[in-house]
Design a protein around this ligand. Sequence first.
Ligand code: FES
Length: 160
Amino acid sequence: MAKTVRIDSINEETSVQTNDNLLSLLLTKELKVLQECGGRGICATCHIYIKDGMEQLSPMSRREQRTLEVITTCKMNSRLACQARVIGDGVVVDLPGGMYISEVEDIESLIGQRATQDILHPLYGTVLVETGKLITRSMISQLQQTRGEVSEVLSRAGNT
Ligand code: FES
């Protein structure tokens, strides 16, 4: 049976099949969700806020709890979209602002530009470059290093 979910950031109410996760819903709405870890519950890139209806979602697993604990923008109403399944009506979802560093294809092209939005760490949600800041070459090498560390962490997690 279908359940209704509201996505606040695009001001849209929609329906999902009972037990579907919120990630698949966000993707059908063509919302930008990176799912860096491929839906395994170990990154920050599908982090969302539940503005209402938390009790209408599946309970949190230990893995989801552990991941949320390290996401710096985590709040009481945080969930990982890939882990939260819809079991009742009335869930209201909001997406955190900012973009993840892994979204930038040609990272070097950012040198000399100002960040148009916060650039975030894909595992911790930490702000790596604040909106409006001028992006320097040294920042870029740090960002590149971060990218390398992230892929290492994710591939290690994939082998466990
Ligand atoms: S896609 Fe990585 S935690 Fe959900």
